[in-house]
Design a protein around this ligand. Structure first.
Ligand code: ADP
Ligand code: MG
Length: 460
């Protein structure tokens, strides 16, 4: 038994078996460092980057303390966005599979209030949600936090960036003083330090530094003229031709403008930021994850926590003010030992940011000339897949197998031509290889799925 095995923890063997069935064979670094303290009931500050396994670090701990027979909220998890709350909710449900009768409620904005209220009335043990909506419930008296014994602030730095500090403090004021508080943050600016001092008691701090090293992520900086940033970005795409790229911008407006610019130059790109409607956001994420869009343009908040695998490149359209955030951004590429590339554009006034990054990393930043890039004219970046949207989903009892069956059976596609299938409540998305899209659409215009005709359209 090694110290990074889950069986070294004071948790039941049934719980360990469930973890094993989830493919959790051994602890990640943050879990190995944090879980022993979490299980002792200590307050914890955990600093780790996206994808390091923070959810289980608090999830395994809080599940041990839930009393299923007491119907009241015992654990509260605050997350910055609906997507992150969704992801945490899903992960906790999986972790709780070996602990019967635990009810978890998601409380996020953008969803109707009444069903949330009724779920709370039926009794729940865990609430995962965004600060705004949780405060709404508190002020309407539909939620009480007097029985909370574990409070989790996930992605705390993002929540503060989003201006949630007052709301969070009001929420915390309604939880018992005697509670365990766990705070997770990718960066540790002074605002977070202040917050920690106010709400945690005698906390343990664990930190897993960015594991990526220069050998895995190649970092190159390019100085651009302020008025030529778009063209510089285009030159990066033309030269490096990455297949999957996340472009970081500061603002929502910038995201939209950059995505539009790339689109106008034959590079398919989608923007994601907080102003999109829920359905639009779902669609963007589905299309990026299933390879029917190669470039995602995002703000830090929107990109945070997205479980996107295998990015070839991260591009900083503009450098962040904080070196910490830079490190966090570029950590989205070069995962799992694969080579990644991080390209950054900066203008003259942003030179101090390059300097700060060099100091932070303890090594000089490699700056190259834009002129030295190969500008291959007529370059286009087309994704290998295309997404088809169907007007039937979970409510119509559609499962991935039904769609796969129809497409490989009646429609005559080969399994290799079909990519990821995502089923939502009232719609589904299927990724189809570009060359086979018309065949698939032709099938849906006549053929049936589970005895029912479904309407299909290509998303462009
Ligand atoms: P973070 O919150 O740090 O960004 P998550 O908790 O969302 O990261 O975990 C990232 C991914 O890693 C998830 O898909 C999760 O299921 C998986 N994961 C977490 N812990 C382990 C583990 N010990 N072994 C294998 N996979 C894990
Ligand atoms: Mg997380």
């Amino acid at each position: 038994m090694t110290s990074d095995s889950f069986s070294s923890l004071p948790i039941s063997s049934a719980f360990v078996a469930n973890l094993d069935s989830l493919g959790y064979k051994k602890m990640t670094a943050i879990q190995a460092q944090g879980l022993p303290y979490v299980l002792q009931g200590k307050d914890l500050i955990a600093k780790a980057k996206t994808g390091s396994g923070k959810t289980a670090t608090f999830g395994i701990g809080l599940l041990q303390r839930i009393n299923p027979r007491f119907f009241g909220i015992q654990a509260l998890i605050l997350c910055p966005t609906r997507e992150l709350a969704d992801q945490v909710g899903k992960e906790l449900r999986k972790l709780a599979r070996s602990t019967p009768n635990i009810k978890l409620v998601l409380l996020c904005g953008g969803k109707p209030f009444a069903p949330q209220k009724s779920s709370l009335e039926h009794g729940a043990h865990i609430v995962v949600g965004t600060p705004g909506r949780i405060q709404d419930h508190l002020s309407r008296g539909t939620l009480t936090l007097a029985g909370v014994n574990t409070l989790v602030l996930d992605e705390a730095d993002r929540m503060l960036d989003m201006g949630f500090i007052d709301v969070i403090n009001e929420i915390i004021a309604q939880t018992p003083d005697k509670r365990q508080t766990l705070l997770f943050s990718a960066t540790y600016p002074s605002t977070i330090k202040k917050m920690c001092a106010a709400i945690l008691q005698d906390p343990v701090t664990v930190s897993v530094e960015a594991e990526h090293t220069e050998s895995v992520i190649e970092q190159i900086f390019y100085q651009a003229k302020a008025s030529r940033r778009n063209e510089a970005l285009l030159a990066l795409f033309e030269h490096y031709q990455p297949e999957t790229t996340l472009v970081f911008c500061h603002t929502k407006i910038q995201c939209d403008a950059v995505a539009r610019f790339l689109h106008d130059h034959q590079i398919e790109a989608l923007a994601i930021h907080g102003d999109l409607e829920q359905r639009e956001r779902d669609q963007v994420l589905v299309r990026f994850a299933n390879h029917s869009c190669s470039v995602l343009v995002a703000t830090d908040v929107a990109a945070r926590g997205l479980d996107i695998k295998s990015l070839q490149a991260v591009i900083n359209f503009e450098l962040p003010h904080d070196a910490d955030i830079y490190i966090h951004r570029i950590g989205r590429t070069g995962r799992a030992g694969e080579k990644g590339i991080a390209l950054s554009l900066f203008i003259e006034q942003e030179q101090p940011r390059v300097k700060a990054i060099a100091e932070f990393q303890g090594k000089a930043c490699l700056v190259k000339e834009l002129d030295a890039l190969n500008a291959s004219t007529g370059f286009t970046l087309q994704s290998p897949m295309v997404t088809i949207q169907l007007d039937a989903g979970r409510r119509n009892k559609i499962r991935p197998g039904d769609l796969l069956g129809a497409l490989t059976g009646d429609a005559g596609l080969s399994g290799l031509q079909i990519g990821k299938i995502d089923i939502f409540d009232i719609s589904s998305y299927v990724a189809i290889q570009r060359s086979a899209v018309n065949k698939a659409l032709g099938f849906f215009s006549n053929g049936k799925v589970k005895g029912r005709s479904v309407r299909a359209r290509k998303i462009v």
